[in-house]
Design a protein around this ligand. Structure first.
Ligand SMILES: O=P(O)(O)OC[C@H]1O[C@H](O[C@H]2O[C@H](CO)[C@@H](O)[C@H](O)[C@H]2O)[C@H](O)[C@@H](O)[C@@H]1O
Ligand SMILES: O=c1ccn([C@@H]2O[C@H](COP(=O)(O)OP(=O)(O)O)[C@@H](O)[C@H]2O)c(=O)[nH]1
Length: 492
């Protein structure tokens, strides 16, 4: 039987330090844990002479194979090209990108090195599932070495319109190289359509059935597969966590005040400054809420070697100090700004204790925090999600969340008041609508849909002990053809 080989920069090797907060590792981990397979990527460590052989750990049916990086490789591939060029540009922030040819060379070198390692691991019938912007050209390098495996790619972050992609120097080497995959998956239909247009500009032809693009003598299929969470398990986790001593003491510390929560890596894409400015505006214009509310913003530091992240860190700390300086009283601190990483169990308990979550990125591929917050709520007395229209999650959670524009400070301040004062019946109704989506499209469904579309002949759909025969797969998966109806080819 075909094996599944997952490749991503971050690998959540059990019981290892160095794995930081981030949705990709959370999602892939949840997807692999039932199916088993091989998970290959960076160890999270930097060392002067990395071993030629990946370090292998086996646990619960998953084989983790990780390699160290040299300092120069880490600097050019990860800090440099991936996080100072691809990340900002794909998040629509061309203004923040800093391109150096040496970084692109490092990115290519590390991807070739990953291809060398993979070559030692893979068998001809393995199905390869490559994740995210760190690994865009990997299929090309494997194809050059003659590998004919089924290879799929999933982009966890946004794909902007082609005008923005074309601002990337030598974009054909990175975004253009996605055409070497058999299937490229995106979080939203907008991301998928942007990429289809980009390929058309590069000479690609939309296939007659509308499910892919023919380009360079190959066919690449495109599809939309919004990442989910392990909904039922996360809801259970939140129920248990809410009884834990540390969550009780957290609740006690609020002394009856309503809790607004924000949880994000310290990243400019997350819109933390805009959110704090909205909270400041709320405090300024709604004095009746003073001393009745506490905002807890949990913000683990991220990519701390990258100058733009250091700049964000300074600004957000300054802003948090300014808000507390202006509005605190001896017995009330309106904002708790915390630069710590918490376990997801702890977060589950905090979410459940919260009355409102502010998830207001300027751009986000999906945003799992939005989904986790909803899943963690008490159905009898649920909190309210305030969600940016620019999070991938808005496409699915728009039915129940208060959707805001993160550039509209007053709009967000008004949404805060509305959320804090929302009647129970409306909160329950909104929660139920969002939970319906989260239950129907959980993480198992994401993995099953993607793998069934990549390799239908090898896929079995196993969900909560129910194993469906292959013939049933077509009825449960949304094959990429589903996007045909809303895709209008250029010039049509
Ligand atoms: O690995 P890091 O550099 O520490 O960054 C953490 C991860 O951030 C990004 O996550 C994305 O994937 C999530 C799950 O699909 C999605 O919800 C979120 O919107 C994305 O930003 C990044 O894409 C990962 O590669 C990083 O590991
Ligand atoms: O202190 C923290 C903060 C975040 N997370 C997790 O990190 C993920 C963040 O994923 P998201 O998609 O929201 O954003 P990303 O950081 O991947 O861009 C979520 O599963 C969070 O529960 C965590 O484990 N500890």
């Amino acid at each position: 039987m075909s094996r599944i080989v997952v490749v991503s920069n971050r690998v959540a090797v059990p019981q290892r330090s160095g794995v930081t907060a981030g949705g990709l590792a959370v999602a892939v981990n949840a997807a692999l844990k039932d199916k088993g397979g091989i998970w290959f990527g960076w160890s999270g460590r930097i060392c002067p002479e990395p071993s030629e052989i990946p370090e292998v750990t086996r646990k619960a049916g998953i084989t983790y194979a990780v390699v160290d990086l040299k300092a120069e490789d880490h600097q050019e591939y990860y800090n440099g090209f991936a996080n100072r060029v691809l990340w900002p540009v794909l998040h629509y922030r061309v203004d923040l990108s800093e391109f150096f040819r040496s970084d692109l060379s490092g990115y290519i070198r590390v991807n070739r090195m990953f291809a060398d390692h993979l070559e030692k691991i893979i068998r001809p019938d393995d199905i390869l599932w490559i994740h995210d912007y760190h690994m865009m050209p990997l299929a090309k390098y494997l194809r050059e070495r003659g590998h004919k495996n089924r290879i799929g790619f999933f982009l966890h972050i946004p794909m902007p319109p082609s005008d923005i992609v074309q601002a990337l120097p030598q974009h054909g080497e990175t975004v253009g190289a996605l055409a070497y995959y058999d299937l490229v998956g995106f979080q939203t239909e907008g991301d998928r359509d942007n990429f289809a247009h980009y390929l058309e500009i590069r000479g690609g032809q939309l296939t007659p059935d509308g499910t892919g693009v023919d380009i360079g003598g190959r066919r690449v299929r495109l599809g939309t597969f919004p990442v989910g969470i392990e909904t039922a398990a996360f809801a259970r986790r939140a129920r248990h966590a809410s009884r834990a001593a540390f969550v009780k003491s957290f609740r006690d510390s609020l002394v009856g005040k309503k809790l607004i929560i924000g949880v994000d890596r310290l990243d400019y894409s997350k819109g933390i400054p805009n959110r704090l400015e909205a909270y400041e505006q709320f405090l300024k214009t709604q004095p009746d809420w003073h001393e009745r509310v506490t905002f807890v913003q949990i913000t683990p530091k991220s990519r701390t070697d990258v100058p733009e992240y250091q700049e964000m860190d300074r600004y957000v700390s300054h802003k948090a100090g300014q808000i507390n300086g202006a509005y605190s009283d001896v017995s009330w601190t309106p904002l708790r700004y915390v630069n710590r990483t918490y376990s997801r169990s702890a977060l589950a308990g905090f979410y459940r204790a919260a009355h409102v979550a502010m998830v207001t990125p300027l751009r986000d591929g999906m945003n799992l925090v939005a989904k986790e917050f909803v899943a963690a709520q008490d159905p009898a007395d649920p909190g309210v999600l305030i969600l940016s229209q620019f999070a991938g999650a808005a496409a699915e959670m728009g039915t129940g969340a208060l959707i805001v524009n993160p550039h509209d400070t007053e709009g967000m301040a008004n949404a805060l008041r509305r959320a804090l004062e929302m009647p129970l019946a409306e909160r329950r109704e909104r929660y139920a609508r969002m939970m319906q989506v989260l239950e129907a499209r959980d993480i198992d469904r994401w993995a099953a849909d993607y793998l069934a579309a990549l390799a239908p002949e090898a896929a079995t759909v196993e969900r909560r002990g129910l194993s469906l025969p292959r013939a049933a797969i077509r009825s449960v998966v949304r094959l990429p053809g589903a996007w045909r109806s809303d895709f209008v080819p250029r010039g049509a």
